[in-house]
Design a protein around this ligand. Structure first.
Ligand SMILES: Cc1cc2nc3c(=O)[nH]c(=O)nc-3n(C[C@H](O)[C@H](O)[C@H](O)COP(=O)(O)OP(=O)(O)OC[C@H]3O[C@@H](n4cnc5c(N)ncnc54)[C@H](O)[C@@H]3O)c2cc1C
Length: 221
């Protein structure tokens, strides 16, 4: 393949192709297409949020509220006339395309907020709900999903498809770098040159944190 540099010169580039499966909670479905069997490597953890009228909470800033009787906390975030409250963290074994909020999920969040407000909220105050699934890496069976590691894993199949799963939004750069390193070391061995760069040492002169390459850190969620 030929590429034109900024100075107008033409360079010949050798192109190698590879497939990276970063399909989140659907990653096992993609692996099934490649490997023929479902590796059952993901333990989906459902998280729901509820929307309530802001004047039922009246919080000027986002707050973190401990859940009574649980070692978790939930975020309470004002958004105009509304306040968003979440999230839960529970095992999920239904269809990954369509996670649903249950009455128990809503009860959990109402109990959490009611531990922090003077006038309790009930189901009638819930204007909306939404649910998502965390693609957690399956570890030993048992235990709460909330206590499960948020670390990510990178594997490859015999056909060379690299799969990256787990992790968090806040660790996406590390996940991407690890996936590319794995691809280079295990699949495209000796064939290709890595052009991306993995910053490890923060450069105080380089401006905002994201440009300095400060390593991402995980937060609750
Ligand atoms: C309620 C909740 C709260 C969370 N809170 C936090 C938090 O506070 N902090 C934090 O860091 N993380 C948080 N997370 C986790 C974070 O959202 C996930 O870890 C992250 O989104 C996973 O990113 P991903 O790119 O691996 O997967 P996704 O973001 O799910 O992306 C996968 C993509 O693959 C696509 N796809 C699927 N199948 C195919 C296919 N066959 N072909 C092509 N594309 C396909 C999908 O459409 C999707 O776009 C939370 C998650 C949830 C559900």
């Amino acid at each position: 393949m030929h590429a034109t540099r900024a100075d107008g010169s033409i360079e010949t580039i050798e192109v190698h192709t590879a497939v990276v499966n970063a399909a989140g909670v659907w990653a096992d479905e993609v692996r099934t297409l490649d490997e023929g069997t479902n590796p059952d490597s993901i333990r989906p953890a459902k998280g729901i949020h509820i929307t309530v009228p802001w004047d039922k909470v009246r919080n000027d800033i986002a707050a973190v509220v401990p859940v009574p009787g649980d070692k978790r906390s939930v975020f309470v975030v004002p958004w105009g006339r509304f306040t968003f409250i979440g999230t839960t963290d529970t095992d999920y074994d239904g269809p990954v395309d369509d996670p649903q909020c249950t009455a128990e999920d809503v009860d959990y969040l109402l109990a959490a907020i009611n531990g922090a407000v003077v006038e309790p909220l009930d189901h009638n105050d819930v204007l909306g709900t939404w649910a998502g699934l965390r693609p957690l890496v399956k570890a030993a069976p048992g235990g709460r999903t909330a206590d499960l590691s948020r670390r990510h894993s990178v594997v490859h199949s015999t056909s060379g498809v690299v799969t990256v799963t787990g992790g968090k939004l806040t660790t996406y750069r590390e996940m991407a770098a690890d996936a590319i390193d794995h691809l280079m070391a295990e699949v495209l061995t000796g064939e290709a040159v890595r052009l991306t760069y993995r910053p490890t040492q923060p450069d105080p002169q380089a401006g905002p944190a994201w440009r300095r390459g400060v390593r991402p850190c995980a937060v609750a969620g």
